[in-house]
Design a binder for this molecule. Structure first.
Ligand SMILES: Cc1cc2nc3c(=O)[nH]c(=O)nc-3n(C[C@H](O)[C@H](O)[C@H](O)COP(=O)(O)O)c2cc1C
Length: 161
């Protein structure tokens, strides 16, 4: 199966998550990993699963990944993830509610992918960073690998292609 993972990352955390997914899935599948910039103009034909990820910035994905997710030639099974700040680290505490209520990049990416005609696989995922520039919370890299594995299981045909 051919899998394409496209991501954006300002401080490198979303990149680490995307790399963990690529490392895991490439054990059993053909995986391409590309930044939103590298994926510009990329031929997307033959992709069996598209995974798109972004840092959450101002409740939404970055403009670069948003632009990728709105490509009219997207189709087929797709999944979305983001990185986001650990709510417990936000001060003052009432701001936590605001950040949570504002929403996250993955939800918006999933909506955009669906609007372009993709079929969502699994639930969106958010991976937590402990400060704006990271690091990732302990265990998130492993959770990313597991999430990616689970996506394959949830594909129509169960990935045994
Ligand atoms: C300008 C800015 C806005 C941010 N907005 C949010 C937000 O709305 N919600 C959230 O959970 N995290 C927010 N964050 C934290 C980012 O999600 C965090 O920097 C990102 O996950 C790091 O990923 P990266 O290393 O791939 O850039 C923001 C960070 C910055 C710098």
């Amino acid at each position: 199966m051919s899998i394409l993972i496209v991501y954006d990352s300002i401080f490198g955390n979303t990149g680490q998550i995307a790399q963990a997914m690529a490392d895991e899935l490439s054990k059993t599948h053909e995986v391409r990993l590309a930044t939103a910039q590298q994926a510009q103009g990329m031929d997307l034909s033959g992709v069996d699963l598209l995974i798109v990820g972004s840092p959450t910035r101002g409740f939404r994905p970055t403009p670069e990944i948003q632009e990728f997710a709105s490509r009219p030639d997207l189709a087929g099974p797709a999944a979305a993830f983001d990185t986001r700040i650990d709510l417990d680290t936000i001060e003052p505490a009432p701001l936590r509610w605001v950040v949570h209520a504002g929403g996250y990049a993955a939800e918006r990416l999933a909506r955009e992918l669906t609007e372009q005609g993709c079929v969502l696989v699994g639930d969106t995922a958010g991976f937590v960073v402990l400060g704006q520039e990271g690091p990732l919370k302990v265990g998130e890299v492993e959770r990313a690998a597991q999430w990616a594995r689970d996506l394959i299981e949830q594909l129509p045909g169960n990935g045994r292609r």
